[in-house]
Every structure is written in C-alpha cells, then in structure tokens.
Ligand binder design. Sequence first.
Ligand SMILES: [Zn+2]
Length: 236
Amino acid sequence: MEKNSFFQQGTMQMLSEGLLDGTITLKELMIHGDTGIGTGEGIDGELIILNGKGFKVNHKGEGIPLENAFKITFADVHFENYEKIDNVSSIELSKCLEEIKKRIVGTNIFFSVKIHGRFEVIHTRSSKKSNKPYPGIEKIANNQVEFYSKDVTGTLLSYYSPSLYQGITVAGFHSHFISDDYTVGGHVIFSKIKHASVYLQKFASFTQNTPIQNIDYLNADLSDISKLDNIIKNVE
Ligand SMILES: [Zn+2]
C-alpha cells in the first residue's frame, strides 16, 4: 500500500467557481486512504476521516458519522503511517506547525501533521449545506458558523502544500479537528495546545482526481484565479 503519497478529489479552484457537486462517495474515497479531510456536496460540513471512519462536523458543530454513500466535493486522504516527532505544551497551533515546517520538513514538500491531545482553545468553523442551484460563493460564506471551545481532548489533522499549489489545493496548512467525544470540531481557524503528541508523515507525490463525469465541471471556465486566495481563506 502506498505510504508516501496522498490522493486529492477535486481542486480548490473548482469550489471558488461554485462547482459543489459531490463527485465521489466516502466508500470510493477511502479506497485511497484511511485518514483525511474534506467537505461534502454543497459544502455540507467539514469532514475528517480517522482510522478509516468518516465524520462530518455539521453547522451546529457536532460530529456525525458518515454513511458510505455520503457524497464528497473536495478531499485529501492518505494511508496513515505517521512518525511521532514531538511532545508539545502551551503552544499556539500556528507556531507549532511553523516550527515543524522550519526545523523538520522545509517548505517544498507535501506532508501531513496529526496532533492528539488536550487543546486549551479550539476555534473552528463549519457550514450548512447549500442545495443546487448553488448560491454564489458570498452567500455560502454567510452560511459559515464559527465555534469556540475550551479544554477539549481531540485530534487535529493538517495537510501542508507548497505555495505553488495554491488553487489546486490549499497552499500552507489546512487543518480540521474533532474531539474524542465528537462534540466539537470543524475547519480550524485558531488553536492553542495545552499538551499533545505531534506526528508527521511526508509525501513524495499525490494523485489529483478530477470529476470527468461531471457535466458542470466539464463546462466550467476555471481560468480566472484572481478570486482564489480570498475564497480559500473564507470558504472550504
Ligand atoms: Zn477545511
């Protein structure tokens, strides 16, 4: 089984042009990995897959187990083969991730970081599903809900991509979280770690899967990348 590669369904540029159909099921996606993050059809929540089990953090911030047939618009997955690299305490997430990038990995490769432990602060967001015909991306941004929690034990899963891949994926870190009791989670905006174990997995390559059966995707003009940075910051 491939351990130094990850699989991506769709592109971020696709989302920025409102192409939000679910083009792969959870079952099909998990052929390519047992660990990952993503979003459902119509930006249906923030997804996290751990140990071969998929969860959707819905617009109320609750973690809901996913059915095999759940449709996914965008996702990154891989087969877990992390190496423990550190124990950290009393550190902001952004600082912790930057340290890994600076000291251990560099900026030129793809990698995933998994952090499990106690989070002093976890600020996340999720989204309410939009139905077809999908509203503009500004309306979808308004469907985002933010959650603030303190003293939570859980798992944070992050993917790092080099800056040149912005638009294909999310350049820099893209992190999702779920608590061990599945009551807190989502796309991570800010966090401070109380104490946690930090795991790293590097990737030499990735597979980009484009939805070649999807008529809207085939007919879309995806050449304008000017809105991309703003969209990625606010919606996914
Ligand atoms: Zn996200």
